[in-house]
Design a protein. Structure first.
Length: 431
């Protein structure tokens, strides 16, 4: 077999999206072509995520379907790191761990020459995923990973087992990567990792604010979206971080996970902060930056969560009124400490999810209506479902009413003329 066409498919976070972009860049440079249909592909690459049980099940079904094509399937990402023994037994499956994305070319050559050994691509090593030629999913968005792994020990998390301990990338390489993205036309820079606020802490320093100051020195017209940060690592840099957020180049978007509104459950999860800490951070940000978008994460029906614990979570959400909530029912992940705990009845979990969803929708409807009539400058950063989507400085998604097809990457003025639960609707102003 002499492969030429490669099909890629990605599940999961922005870091995973970036890892696929890097692999595609390496393959393109080596003369391979990436294709959008599996039937013409010589090799299939599936970049996986297993942060939640339903995601893992979905990927397992996808692998089963792809194997029917009787082609080599490279399973990359988190799944090989924690499910290697199971995957090794399956014919036509080849594994590429989270620390070996840059070895994709060697893996393909080993498959062709029948020299593949799984252990070679599952070993741990510090891999700096920066300054590579990438094939971007969106030419306007440049994704920059600043670290790999984390220092947390959450009892429910399987990702930390896949990614390993925190390894913060060199600051100068991060800056070089962002400069490269901007030079190649990116107008929106995503800063991503398992916990951005932890950057540098394995070296004994909280270095995120120092890094952000260096990023803001880069010339050019662009916005920076700072990804998820855990509360316990935000607290030591809070005041300095808020001042940085006031810079016009930073999206007023704060992704800070709560997970539960009950300190009892946070302790069971082994989260390293309290509900009071979460309130303190959000309230201080809102006092200094009233227009900030607050995004958070919630796990419902975690082992040991009683009705009172759940009500506490509802109460926190009512008080905080977040703009974005990524919520899901707890799913026991094999290999995690929480898997051994007594699970909550699925009927109770479903009932709580419905109750939570109802509250969340009510909050979104109320909050989005406040944007009606707003006018201002936005960046058009996406074309999806035959619509352009723009973002204002608060990173609110705005679907544009227009027949134009030349807007991607442009800064334009809009007026919000309608709202829905999940987005705003904007009209382009002639100015």
């Amino acid at each position: 077999m002499k492969p030429h066409f490669i099909y890629t498919e990605t599940f999961g976070c922005s870091a995973n999206q970036n890892n696929t972009e890097i692999m595609k860049g390496i393959l393109r440079q080596a003369g391979f072509d990436t294709v959008i249909k599996t039937d013409i592909a010589d090799i299939i690459i599936l970049n996986t995520c297993i942060v939640k049980g339903p995601t893992e099940k979905k990927i397992e079904r996808r692998i089963s379907d792809l194997l029917k094509l009787n082609k080599p399937v490279i399973v990359a990402g988190c799944m090989p790191e924690v499910r290697a023994e199971k995957l090794k037994k399956i014919k036509n499956i080849y594994l590429l761990g989270t620390h070996h994305y840059k070895d994709i070319l060697n893996l393909i050559y080993d498959i062709v020459n029948k020299k593949y050994r799984a252990e070679k691509y599952l070993s741990y090593k510090d891999e700096i995923k920066l300054c590579m030629n990438k094939i971007r999913q969106n030419k306007i968005i440049g994704i920059t990973q600043i670290s790999e792994g984390c220092l947390g020990s959450c009892n429910y998390c399987i990702t930390r087992l896949a990614k390993g301990k925190l390894f913060s990338y060199p600051m100068e390489k991060i800056i070089e990567n962002i400069k490269k993205d901007i030079k190649e036309g990116c107008k929106e820079i995503w800063i991503t990792s398992q916990d951005n606020a932890a950057y540098g802490t394995e070296r004994g320093k909280y270095e995120l604010t120092k890094l952000l100051k260096e990023i803001l020195k880069i010339e050019g017209k662009f916005f920076v979206r700072i990804g998820m940060m855990n509360p316990n690592n935000v607290l030591p840099i809070l005041d300095e971080l808020i001042e940085i957020y006031k810079n016009e180049k930073i999206y007023k978007f704060l992704h800070i996970p709560l997970q539960s509104g009950s300190d009892n459950i946070l302790e069971k999860m082994n989260r390293l902060y309290s509900v009071k800490d979460f309130f303190y951070i959000v309230n201080k940000f809102r006092k200094e930056i009233p227009e900030i978008t607050i995004a958070t994460d919630i796990i419902l029906a975690y082992p040991g969560e009683g009705r009172k614990d759940f009500v506490k979570t509802l109460d926190v959400i009512k008080k905080i009124q977040p703009d974005v909530v990524n919520f899901s029912k707890y799913w026991a992940m094999k290999g995690t400490p929480a898997e051994k705990e007594k699970q909550i009845d699925v009927k109770i979990a479903i009932k709580r999810a419905k109750e939570f969803s109802k509250l969340y929708v009510e909050i979104l409807q109320k909050k989005n209506k406040k944007w009606l009539g707003w006018e201002g400058k936005v960046l058009v950063d996406e074309f999806k479902n035959n619509n352009f989507i723009a973002r204002n400085t608060s990173y609110k998604p705005i679907v544009l009413k227009t027949k134009r097809r030349d807007l991607l990457g442009k800064f334009i003025n809009v007026k919000i003329v309608n709202t829905s639960v999940n987005y705003l609707v904007g009209e382009i102003l002639d100015r």
